[in-house]
Design a protein around this ligand. Sequence first.
Ligand SMILES: [Zn+2]
Ligand SMILES: [Zn+2]
Length: 325
Amino acid sequence: MGSGGGPLRAQRYGDMTTDTLACRLLLPDGANKGRILWPYALTLGVYHLVALLALLPWFFSTTGVVLMVAGLYVFGTLGINLSYHRLLTHRGLVCPKWLEYTFAILGVCCMQDTPARWVAVHRRHHEHSDQQDDPHSPLVNFFWGHVGWMLVENRDLERLEIYSRYAKDILRDPFYRRLESLLYPTIIVASWALFFLAGLTWVLLTGGVLADAVQFGLSLLVWGVFVRTVFVWHITWSVNSLAHLWGYRNYETTDDSRNSWFVALIAAGEGWHNNHHADPRSASHGHRWWEIDATFMIVQLLEKVGLATSVVRPSQRPSDTRVDD
Ligand SMILES: [Zn+2]
Ligand SMILES: [Zn+2]
């Protein structure tokens, strides 16, 4: 199976007699299942394990849980959906630079790699969506599309090559170039420290003892950082996996993207993924009145107060008949 375009169906194999799920796509040419990317695999593993500490009552605090839920929106919706995806990858809106960088820093705290890397991989996904060169099509299998693609070496995604092909515009900006250096891990460690120290300091300043202060600080760290990060990961990954497998289609795109109300709900509008593949530049992913897009509501709010301009609206609307269910 060669790389490059080619008819969608020609690159699949398996039982073609039943539905799409029975079709299977080959791994990308550059992927080598035998070569685990240990830094990624260990980071994902350790984060999941630390997040499991939340099951121990000692790490519980109501404030920690509130920060976790709020963090899904502050870090996930603003950092990934609005910044990494709609603003940086697809240029669906323009924000003042100070705000754009602030949102990008929130995205960095989600541990989904640097803005340049995320943008490059995602643009490649759009270019080859559900074809063999797609970095993370779930038509290979669900696990591959959800998380497996990050755990093994893929020569197609070597940094310098995809940067020069897909992320030149991002890397022209010195801020995003600096994020390719130690600044990226520094921001992440600083965010851990911020959550822990905020809890610690609060208890000490309000007359508590050191042991209680440490316990509260750790509860904010475990819930506010680790549980939240793991949740945001699975939410983002669900767009790649679930929203290419289950749901309805408003548009006949060349991929298997789907509109999933479930993913749209947990991912603040990103689940209207068939609409998005049909019209990638649009900052609005909901194309029907009932396709609620919480991320776009924030964009509209920013536009109203003058903090978002050049907001790209849908270039088309679905006809009344769905393509399929
Ligand atoms: Zn997609
Ligand atoms: Zn996209």
